[in-house]
Design a protein around this ligand. Structure first.
Ligand code: ATP
Ligand code: MG
Length: 137
């Protein structure tokens, strides 16, 4: 079994979508092993998205992520990294299939409400970045 870092971005919290999105993961059968509400510093946002540092939208992306509280979570279960990405849908909400979280709940790429780890390596790095070992159940 494996773990994925799932984060509800500031727009999701502001729009009151936390319960609905957490429910989708829980109902699917993934186990919630950590959850906290935090407002990330700009430095934290930059570390989280370090692999995109060369992209033109990087400053806007990091400013947005640090603009308000996010819900940082770790879910555990069979194939949760890949399945979580499938549930989340395409990066651009307009390209995301209906039935996916972005396809149902968003329209703007820069405000696509949720992040999910994209590999075993990124999941490990992101969980270590956002959580202390003792915060994981
Ligand atoms: P995330 O990492 O947030 O789960 P993702 O893996 O679907 O999203 P990435 O390529 O990792 O997509 O991009 C990270 C975030 O940067 C996206 O969620 C989106 O908000 C933003 N982003 C990506 N591409 C663009 C773009 N072309 N223009 C504006 N913002 C973008
Ligand atoms: Mg990504």
């Amino acid at each position: 079994t494996e773990r994925s870092y799932i984060m509800l971005k500031p727009d999701a919290v502001q729009r009151g979508l936390v319960g609905e999105i957490v429910q989708r993961f829980e109902k699917r059968g993934f186990k919630l092993v950590a959850l906290k509400l935090v407002t990330p510093s700009l430095e934290m946002a930059q570390k989280h998205y370090y692999d995109l540092a060369e992209r033109p939208f990087f400053p806007t992306l990091c400013k947005f992520l640090s603009s308000g509280p996010v819900v940082a979570m770790v879910f555990e279960g069979e194939d949760v990294i890949r399945q979580g990405r499938r549930m989340i849908g395409a990066t651009s909400p307009l390209a995301a299939d209906p039935g996916t979280i972005r396809g149902d709940l968003a329209i703007i790429t820069g405000k696509n409400i949720i992040h999910g780890s994209d590999s075993k390596e990124s999941a490990e790095a992101e969980i270590a970045l956002w959580f202390k070992p003792e915060e994981l159940n």
